[in-house]
Design a protein around this ligand. Structure first.
Ligand code: PXP
Length: 244
């Protein structure tokens, strides 16, 4: 069963466009869960451009499935995670100027600090996932960090301009998932997934544990409603992966 984690950052982005109180990401989390989401994902960025401290505190109380906090390894954010205790923390790189997370964490280069933060979170009962590019060096480093999960960055696959390149990227993701599992890691995936490319991904790698999807679901929700958008993505994953 591949699970669906719904990233609701964009709900908060819309709220922040007017610096008002609506739409409320907490309400969105409830609707997403009622529509079948297996988890709620949010990124508390250091600049608080969308999700803020109030959201995290309330989401911790309200979310009934699993709360997955995407976060950098900055001291302040790690401190908040230790207090809020999400079910899972997904460590991501963070740059001020980027529109969204642009690539995976360089676990190999930042090994010492990432291992230290991972251990600290785990001691506090938080499951840790590392968002990494589908590269052998990063996956091997993630296993040495002793994170429970990796989340494979699917951005290159999502951006592939034609079928041949998409197939090539899918092969890379498949090999990466195999390697990660052989090293004892559990494997999630996400970034840039939509109602078309998710079908291909889950047919190719039906044994992923969870997909984290934000932009495509929230974009569709603006047109058809959040309940329908989440339900359609959940059904798509079930139809194309979970019944193989
Ligand atoms: N996974 C990670 C680690 C991310 O940073 C993001 C974007 O916040 C997503 C998944 C969701 O990506 P998208 O919004 O493109 O579906």
């Amino acid at each position: 069963m591949i699970k669906l984690g719904v990233n609701i950052d964009h709900i908060a982005t819309l709220r922040q466009a007017r610096k008002t109180i609506e739409p409320d990401p907490v309400a969105a989390a409830v609707i997403a869960e009622l529509a079948g989401a297996d988890g709620i994902t949010v990124h508390l960025r250091e600049d608080r451009r969308h999700i803020n401290d109030r959201d995290i505190a309330l989401l911790r109380k309200v979310v009934r499935t699993r709360l997955n906090l995407e976060m950098s390894i900055a001291k302040e954010i790690v401190g908040i995670a230790m207090r809020v205790k999400p079910d899972q923390a997904t460590l991501v790189p963070e740059k001020r100027q980027e529109i969204t997370t642009e690539g995976g964490l360089n676990v190999a280069a930042g090994f010492k600090k990432i291992k230290e933060v991972t251990g600290k979170l785990q001691k506090n009962g938080i499951i840790v996932s590392l968002f990494v590019d589908p590269e052998e060096e990063q996956i091997r480093a993630a296993s040495k960090v002793k994170a429970e999960f990796i989340e494979l960055h699917t951005g290159m696959f999502a951006k592939a301009k034609n079928g041949i390149n998409a197939e090539k990227e899918l092969d890379i993701l498949e090999q990466s998932a195999k390697l990660a599992k052989s090293l004892g890691l559990r494997v999630n995936a996400g970034h840039g997934l939509d109602y078309w490319n998710t079908k291909q991904l889950v047919q190719k790698i039906p044994d992923l544990e969870e997909l984290n999807i934000g932009h495509a679901i929230i974009a569709r929700a603006v047109l058809v409603g959040l309940d329908k958008a989440v339900g359609e993505m959940k059904a798509l994953i079930d139809n194309y992966a979970n019944k193989v």
